[in-house]
Ligand binder design. Sequence first.
Ligand SMILES: [Zn+2]
Length: 485
Amino acid sequence: MNRQTVKAVSTFFSPSCSKIAQSFLILIFFSASSAFSAVIEFKAGVASDVITPEQSMWMAGYASRTKPSEGKASELYAKVLALEDTQGTRLVIVTVDLIGIPRPSREWLQIQVQQHHNLLPESLLLCASHTHCGPVIRETKYSIYGDSFYGLSPEYTQRSQQYVEALQQKLLQLVGQAIENLAEARLSYSHARAGFAMNRRLKTEKGYRIAPNPDGPVDHDVPVLRICTPDDELIAVLFGYACHNTTLSFYEFCGDYSGFAQRYIQEAHPGAAALFIAGCGADQNPYPRGTLDLAQQHGRALANAVEAALVSQPRPIRGPIRSVLETVTLEFAEPPSREQLQEQAKSDNKYDRRHAEVLLKELEQTGKIRTTYPYLVQVVQFGNDLTIVALAGEVVVDYSLRLKAELARLGAGATPERAGPPIWVAGYCNDVFGYVPSLRVLQEGGYEGGDAMRYTMLPGPFAPSIEKRIVDKVHELVNKVRVSK
Ligand SMILES: [Zn+2]
């Protein structure tokens, strides 16, 4: 065992513990602990850059916007954290202050990083903060955005496409930089809580509508992965929270609460990068909302939770890194008939009308309406110490609550009384295409249950098999990557 390992072991417990305590801990290490003899050091590298559009663009998130952006309240960032275990296995996490990750961009980037950096698709994890104050990305002529029924003008469509092309190049460059920056690092995990997310599905006489529901399910957990040099200097902090990034709806570019949280953490730790991973917050809103001041307050609340996690007992995270990325086929409910769509095309609601037109076009061009969706599920395992489940789309909170409970019970070291290692469940990863309801939310209906499909090019609500298919796939992948039970 080298000196660095001794130091690493002693500082896992507390950076401020006394020399005597340190010697005692090292003694325990030498004499009894087999767990720590398996400590595997990592390498870590970070890179980040501003991705705020340089010109005015149409903004994503709210179809009701009537004009393009007017300046910026804060910069938007893309950040990359590259990790490598002692066997040379890498994991590259990319976070962006944007509405989502378009699937074609994910596909482009995964080909490029494989060609340029020999990085396998399962080793690339893309995460969007889902800020509603970023530019529209990957817009087509069927865009729901724009100031007329026909969506974005050709000018704004072109700006969006140019932006995405430049963004992709920048992400590729940042991945390269983060890999170049790889240097010895230690990882530890902790977590805390933040309370500003509230369930936003309120039951009314007319069904579920979007309004604060203090009695609905929430996930207030703030998972935190701390990446330090061997000398315990903070290199990066990866943190998550399950809440829509929708404090704001104005016309300035802004990272919203998660952008401010990242800024405050970086200000408190000069030289370190803070990266945000959205959780399963599809049915969660930040409340109260509506002003820049509130976005900053929520950002401060989340940053404080991260600081609380950083001062609490860290849990050492060891390798190896094992990742897997697969698709599972999700089924849609029975698609509408041509006659039903022709009827819907006369609707007073312009989004219903547009949706019907899109589907009629699909019917005309391909002879059918799609019945399935190839859904991406990624799982990353760090030794026996941490499992990250990364789900595509806007995932409702039921998934994170269920998966954390089920997977923790099956984790290494778990007993009926005590959960195993932490489980981190993320949403908005790799492909943000629409809402992913649980069976409960699907059956209850409302916006996340199926109504929001009218804003996409997908046919309609998912079939009741959705939750089982996703959860079964997660279990299958977790079993593949867990080193031992
Ligand atoms: Zn959303």
